[in-house]
Design a protein around this ligand. Structure first.
Ligand code: AP5
Ligand code: MG
Length: 234
């Protein structure tokens, strides 16, 4: 049975623009986005049991446990399948264990959906620049992303205030030098294994491609739509 919902998996380093591109997809295409990072930060802000467990890992740029994050994602996916044209996973999977667990889930729940894996390509130098200029909305239900980079189109209309909900903007705790270094190190450790997993998968057909994200967001968005056949008869 076709679930009617396609899946887009974004694999990209910190600061590549996973969240920013996903936001364009939800706003313009009616897709749903799951940012596992946003979900973790919501738990921390609400001081839930999960939030208390993961606070240190998030602050220091380390990964939270595979089982915890996989459970969160599968629960969320179960509620979306069949209700929206596509879902976009921003930041999951990040390890082979997560990819294998998701693969099992897809075989059962999304066997005739199209599954796209898009690797976002950007240099370390640009990552550091982007994260240095990033501010996010301090409202954990919003977490809209901005850039204070000079001349950027992503600057908020009112200084240090969120365009979407009016809360103050702030820096993420893991956008501090040591945590950025740790996040990059962890990402680089897993990236190739993940890509190999998707290129060589036997039971699920993954449509693997790459997107240069060192360009303006509207251009990236147009190319992403082409990669997933938006606007074409599917
Ligand atoms: P997460 O929140 O996902 O962090 P991340 O992967 O490090 O990625 P970022 O959110 O920092 O960057 P982004 O790619 O979304 O870029 P953005 O759009 O903001 O995860 C945080 C933590 O949660 C992890 O470290 C881990 O602890 C935990 N976690 C999450 N998932 C997990 C998992 N699966 N397993 C285990 N642990 C997990 O853009 C960055 C900046 O650039 C912004 O200022 C933006 O305005 C700007 N920008 C974006 N695109 C462009 C562009 N094209 N041109 C110019 N500027 C741009
Ligand atoms: Mg993000």
């Amino acid at each position: 049975m076709n679930s009617g919902t396609d899946l887009i998996i974004l694999i990209g380093p910190p600061g590549a623009g996973k969240g920013s591109v996903s936001e364009l997809c939800t706003r313009h295409l009616g897709w749903m986005q799951l940012s596992t990072g946003n979900l973790c930060r919501k738990h921390i802000a609400a001081q839930t049991e999960i939030g208390k467990q993961i606070d240190f890992a998030i602050k220091s740029g380390k990964l939270v446990s595979d089982s915890l994050v996989t459970e969160m994602v599968e629960g969320w996916l179960n509620n979306q399948i069949g209700n929206v044209p596509a879902v976009i996973l921003d930041g999951f999977p990040r390890t082979i264990a997560q990819a294998q667990a998701l693969d099992e889930f897809l075989k059962i729940k999304m066997q005739s959906s199209k599954i796209y894996v898009i690797r976002l390509r950007i240099s370390d130098e640009n990552i550091v620049l982007r994260l240095g200029d990033r501010y996010i909305c301090s409202n954990s239900e919003c977490q809209a992303v901005y850039s204070l980079s000079k001349g950027s189109k992503l600057i908020p209309q009112k200084s240090m205030v969120c365009d979407v909900c009016g809360h103050a903007l702030s820096r993420r705790k893991d956008d501090e030098e040591n945590a950025i270094r740790e996040r990059l190190h962890i990402y680089n450790k897993h990236e190739q294994d993940l890509l190999n997993f998707y290129k060589n998968a036997k039971n699920t057909q993954y449509l693997v491609s790459e997107l240069n994200v060192e360009r303006a967001l509207p251009e990236i968005f147009e190319d992403l739509k082409k990669l997933v056949g938006v606007g074409l008869d599917k």
